[in-house]
Design a protein around this ligand. Sequence first.
Ligand SMILES: [Zn+2]
Length: 242
Amino acid sequence: MNLAELTMAEFEAGLARTRTAIVPFGSVEEHGLHLPLGTDTFQIVEVARRAALEVPVFVAPPLHYGYCRSTRDHPGTLSLSPETVRRVAFDVGESLYRHGVRGLILASGHAGGLHMSALEEAGERLVEAFAESEVAVVCEYRWAQEEGLAGVVETGDDGHAGEIETSRILALDRALVKGTSPEEYPRLPRPFVARHKRPCWPGGVWGDPGKATPEKGEVLFTRCVARMVALVREMEARIAPA
Ligand SMILES: [Zn+2]
């Protein structure tokens, strides 16, 4: 159930079918020369949408912004602070709880480490604040990586705007993919903190988008949707009946 399209009455009636909500988190972030800035949001919204076709679950409107660190200097990346991500996740979770939702799935299409930490911190605070709440924090992009490495993609180290994401956006809407970008891997000077990020990976790609196909993207969507459906069912089993 797409929460934004429900009426008040439909939302209330929906609580009899499910008390679980997926809140998708994306980003506005460069994805090479060939993928749109909304790539992370598009993927997680699609996974949540398809999951909701298979199992009763509320899908809240996505947060289109996330915390982006290593891409922050690339053109078009618009970042929140981790603090803002945490507060938005907490506030949305609190509101959903107030209205009867007990299972909350914070699902991110953006995989930044500190971005995910902010969501996990929100989850910690939510379970502490609301006695009947169950919270799951998911980096859905990691699912895609795990499934990709299980015989779907050829790139061993595929991280950003590479074979996985390009394949999934091709599967979603070929018109969103504007050609391709060269294979590239970031050269971050770890353990040093790079003051200037863009020279570390000028093309903004981590992996090889040239190996992407819509067929691979569809397989990845199917597998990740199955994982999301299983998680919703697991959540419903954990939360106390109304
Ligand atoms: Zn991405």
